[in-house]
Design a protein around this ligand. Sequence first.
Ligand code: NI
Length: 186
Amino acid sequence: MAILKIARMGHPVLREKAAPVTDPQTAEIRTLVADMIETMHDAGGTGLAAPQVHVPKRVVIFEVGETRLTGRPLDRPQTLTVLINPVIEPLTTETELGWEGCLSVPGLKGAVPRFTRIRYRGVGLDGAPIDRTVEGFHARVLQHECDHLDGILYPQRMTDLRLLTYLEEGMRFPIDIGIADADAAE
Ligand code: NI
């Protein structure tokens, strides 16, 4: 296992469309995922996509803690999940603003509109299908991570760049977007 270097905004790997994984059960993917987990935990993130560690493949990992759940019925905590070749299907046109950070955009956070309810599918490391319908913060994490696979960083999803702030200034001068203001890298 190894802690990998995290690519930061401006690195071309973060603008690429990542390639599908043809076989999730290879030693190469197992090693990549083990290193991604170690890297995410070391950096204190909620999620990590393979392009963020300079590997343009469609692999994301994430976990959803209790602290930022929105209270929506399907906004559920989730233990560490490895999702390969994920596909997201929005189940509503409704969006809501929420704070996001990103290990590839360190020191900043922004309020980003995301679909409130999605279905996501993919396969795990064992090749078994994963199929979940989720809402709120859980849905936000997936939309953020899967955007990385299409070369999109959260500032590109923002509709009001006045809501992009350094974390320190955000603490000193909180911006009220109508939801709890917590800091978490994603
Ligand atoms: Ni990110």
